[in-house]
Design a protein around this ligand. Structure first.
Ligand code: SAH
Length: 498
């Protein structure tokens, strides 16, 4: 019978701790708050029960007593229960109350601290909460009182302490906080800041002297969740700003890739607001007697060629099903369409013997050495350019479909609305099928003109152009090249939105 109280961090999913992540991966029940990012919730195993304790039903949040009861009931089932809270569980998260409740009822618990917004939102806004030159302490203050109404804060004591002040839950009470500090003798010229949705792609910050903070924040319509910072350190906000300077900051980019998190993660690290939108479903053809037969007769072939990591995985699963391992592949040489596919081979201890100079189907067909029959294990909808190139060179081959790609996605009103509102700046396409899936979800009549299609290669770009999507093509067909293209496309624009 135990519960782990886990801090989810302030918003950026990368700020979840290693220990917190492990707890989530092993959870059987998760009770979470409102401010937890979807990318973190995505770590919860599919079979686990997920209870959204921050969910507002008819404008009323689940009352704390009910959350307490849920925690006790779930703990008593003996399942691994995670209580997931925004930021740090013990910083104004009622974590202390919940832990005390568990202790009172004899339920074992552990605490995994989290990165608190009090420090992290400031850091992402270019503000270190302490600095040797100007302050020796920082103070984290609840900006609202339990029963509502203005907070009971000893402003004189805060002003006397002279450290950085960080107010959480303070947006509604901002007038009271500002006037309280001024009345207690704080200089109206004291640097201050408000950071809204800190550490997320939607972060906005407002830097202003304390005396002007209200007006400036109101002009920007700053809303909760936000932290208010007051103190000399806020004057460093311009010089130490790093987040707003990221090249893709403020850009919404859809990643249409069916698998692999690398592309989205790299774009996010460069500041993009990534919309992960798998546009293609990969459906294994299983069982696949044609592949089983071919793998049992590999001496008939000189080369085995792969055009995707998915093809490699299907081949591997089939070998395993036949009770074989990598040694079964010794009669053939291995070809990969590009570095991603070569990496998939490498995870099984296999090195690709041939990669074409340009990473696409046509070039693979043109550069495979003419040494005998070629076995192709790829998608049913694979590009005809590969067999065509082999035929042209008189190279015999067997083209075996080992999975299908379904790109007939149902129309998605949210995607259409984002396109119509011009909110989507880019879409990254890693194959022609991802373009087809995207167009199917958006509707063929959607307005794509405000969007730039970032395409991995010529064939992908041709498909996008066919649907009226303005395109740019990566220098070479690799994920790093595609990321570079995104930076070239969006990196220098002046019309950023925050
Ligand atoms: N335990 C949380 C705080 C919970 S109280 C923590 O350690 O961060 C909720 C308040 O936290 C909000 O009203 C807001 O002031 C602050 N907050 C939470 N997430 C934030 C974010 N991403 N950006 C700015 N403030 C945030």
């Amino acid at each position: 019978m135990s519960v782990i109280l886990v801090g989810a961090g302030p918003g950026d999913p990368g700020l979840l701790t290693v220990k917190g992540r492990q707890a989530l991966l092993e959870a059987e029940v998760v009770v979470h708050d409102r401010l937890v990012s979807p990318a973190i919730l995505a770590l919860i195993p599919p079979g686990a029960e997920v209870i959204d304790a921050g969910k507002a039903a008819a404008r009323h949040k689940i009352p704390q007593e009910q959350i307490d009861q849920i925690l006790l009931d779930k703990a008593r089932t003996g399942k691994r229960v995670v209580r997931l809270k925004g930021g740090d569980p013990y910083v104004f998260g009622r974590g202390g109350e919940e832990a005390a409740l568990l202790a009172r009822h004899g339920v074992d618990f552990q605490v995994v601290p989290g990165v608190t917004s009090a420090i992290a939102a400031a850091a992402y806004a270019g503000i270190p909460v302490t600095h040797r030159d100007c302050c020796g302490s920082f103070h984290v203050i609840a900006g609202h009182r339990r029963a509502g109404g203005p907070p009971a804060i000893d402003y004189e004591a805060l002003v006397r302490a002279g450290g950085t002040l960080v107010f959480l839950m303070g947006v509604a009470a901002m007038p009271a906080i500002v006037s309280g500090l001024l009345a207690a003798g704080m200089d109206a010229a004291t640097p201050a800041a408000v950071v809204e949705r800190g550490t997320t792609p939607r972060q906005r910050r407002c830097l202003a002297p304390l005396g002007e903070l209200m007006e400036r924040a109101a002009a920007m319509a700053i809303a909760s969740p936000a932290v208010i910072l007051v103190g000399e350190v806020c004057s460093l906000g311009t010089e130490l700003d790093w987040f707003d300077r990221l090249p893709l900051r403020g850009r919404q980019i859809l990643v249409a890739r069916p698998r692999g998190r690398a592309l989205g993660a790299e774009l996010e690290a460069l500041g993009a607001d990534v919309w992960s939108y798998p546009c293609v479903e990969l459906l294994p053809i299983d069982p696949c007697p044609a592949m089983e037969r071919a793998l049992a007769h590999l001496t008939d072939y000189a080369w085995l060629a792969f055009t995707s990591a998915a093809g490699v995985e299907r081949c591997w699963a089939c070998l395993e099903g036949l009770g074989l391992d990598a040694r079964a592949l010794s009669p053939v040489k291995l070809a990969a369409i590009g570095p991603g596919t070569a990496r998939a081979l490498a995870t099984h201890g296999l090195t690709a013997d041939c990669l074409p100079p340009v990473y696409d189907a046509r070039h693979l067909g043109q550069h495979l050495p003419a040494e005998g029959r070629v076995l192709l294990l790829r998608a049913a909808e694979g590009s005809p350019a590969l067999p065509a190139a082999l035929e042209e060179r008189g190279i015999p081959y067997d083209d075996i479909a080992v999975y299908q790609t379904n790109c007939a996605l149902p129309p998605d009103p949210a995607l259409r609305a984002a396109l119509a509102a011009g909110e989507l700046h880019g879409a990254a396409f890693t194959s022609a099928s991802t373009v087809r899936g995207f167009v199917s979800a958006a509707g063929a009549d959607a307005d794509f003109t405000g969007l730039t299609g970032l395409c991995i290669g010529e064939q992908t770009a041709a498909e996008a152009a066919k649907h009226g999507i303005p395109v740019r093509v990566a220098r070479e067909a690799t994920i790093p090249s595609l990321v570079e293209l995104a930076v070239q496309t969006f990196g220098d624009v002046a019309d950023k939105t925050w």
